[in-house]
Design a protein around this ligand. Structure first.
Ligand SMILES: Cc1ncc(COP(=O)(O)O)c(C=O)c1O
Length: 374
């Protein structure tokens, strides 16, 4: 075995020993909350398609029409030939939806976070992240070359203390957090965080990946990024901000400049989804209502978003419960470290407007039995 394969094999063995090795499971999503894997059709509570829009007939038709007219790919980076007018129309729609002057669409939410933070901070600057920030916020922060520190999860007091101690020693400062935390489903106290950041002349970047279309917007950060791949049912990422900030990103965010533009069909689908989302408040309210029905049935803290964590602890125990749920017809994937901190492996239950009450009640019953809450 050559040294490369020996390295990979050794790493895999270590992951396996910790029950942390990841493998792919081919999954075919259907309409509603159906997902077929291993030859069975399951009710999925693991998709982020919170409003069921990825399979909405109007969203599908918009994508199909765009592919038929404009092809499958964009053919170049936005700054060369990949700036299809659908992208500009989507940016106008996102800026209007968020109430900002402008918006910029990136290839994905991950790429957006890789580009935004390094375009605003560098050596001699300070980046302060919530300790539970998503991996792509960390990745963007680390690319800056700035001093990167964390504040305690959802703790404005700790943020204020850290800014008081460190802010004077750095040039520019950024505060990074999420409107809804992806693995815990809780919301950041944004009013407090924005106020504190402003006091210390720090710029706040809020990741709204799991918020848009599901929870009310609340106070607006100067930098609001998100993804088109969850409630908007498509693919891609975005930043909503002031005109000068968006113009700066267009020239300086490396993950925008040096990558191929989003396919026109993805933009067309997201724009149609945004139109539906804005027109249908009942659809928007449903994931949270269903999540609260589930937390009430299980005696868990009331859901704050469409995401509900059921903490299990050890990775193997989470995998076992997930497998038992799959045997009962539910797809609820176990989330393990390093996605979540060690010892907090969990079931991450995601609710969608595509679920019905009976499905939610049946899942609650199965989870209650498997986690000893029955
Ligand atoms: C909080 C958060 N930010 C960003 C992303 C990345 O978005 P995308 O899937 O569009 O790359 C995700 C998950 O995918 C996320 O959960």
């Amino acid at each position: 075995m050559d040294s490369l394969d020996a390295f990979a094999t050794g790493k895999l063995e270590a992951l396996e020993a910790g029950r942390l090795r990841r493998t792919l499971v081919p999954t075919e999503r259907g309409s509603g909350a159906a997902a077929a894997r291993r030859g069975r059709t399951l009710v999925s509570f693991s998709c982020n398609d919170y409003l069921g829009l990825s399979h909405h007939p109007r969203v599908i038709a918009a994508a199909q029409a765009a592919v038929a007219s404009h092809g499958a790919g964009s053919g170049g980076s936005r700054l060369v030939t990949g700036d299809h007018p659908y992208l500009g129309a989507l940016e106008d729609g996102l800026a209007r939806h968020k109430g900002t002057e402008a918006a910029l669409v990136f290839g994905s939410g991950y790429l957006a976070n890789l580009g935004i933070t390094p375009a605003l901070a560098g050596r001699g600057d300070l980046v302060l992240l919530d300790a539970l920030s998503h991996a792509c916020m960390w990745a963007g922060a680390r690319l800056t070359g700035a001093r990167v520190l964390t504040f305690r999860h959802n703790d404005p007091g700790d943020l204020a203390a850290q800014l008081a101690e460190h802010r004077p020693h750095y040039g520019r400062a950024l505060v990074l957090t999420e409107r809804v935390f992806s693995m815990d489903g809780d919301r950041a106290p944004l009013g407090d965080i924005l106020g504190i950041a402003e006091t210390f002349d720090a710029w706040t970047l809020v990741d709204d990946a799991h918020g848009i279309g599901v929870v009310e917007d609340g106070p607006r950060a100067p930098l609001e990024m998100g993804t088109l791949s969850k409630a908007l049912g498509s693919y891609g990422g975005y930043l909503c901000a002031s005109r000068p900030v968006i113009d700066l990103m267009t020239s300086r965010a490396r993950s925008f400049v040096y990558t191929t533009g989003l396919p026109p069909a993805s933009a067309a689908a997201a724009l149609e989804a945004l139109t539906i989302l804005e027109a249908e408040p009942d659809r928007r309210a449903r994931p949270l209502t269903l999540a609260r029905r589930f937390t009430a049935r299980l005696g868990l803290p009331e859901a704050e978003s469409a995401v509900v964590p059921v903490l299990v602890g050890e990775a193997q125990a989470a995998l076992d419960i997930s497998a038992a749920l799959e045997a009962s017809g539910f797809l609820v994937v176990a989330i393990r470290p390093p996605t979540v901190p060690a010892g907090t492996a969990r079931l991450r239950v995601a609710f969608s407007a595509a679920h019905d009450e009976a499905q939610v009640d049946a899942l609650a019953e199965a989870v209650a039995v498997l986690t000893g809450r029955a």
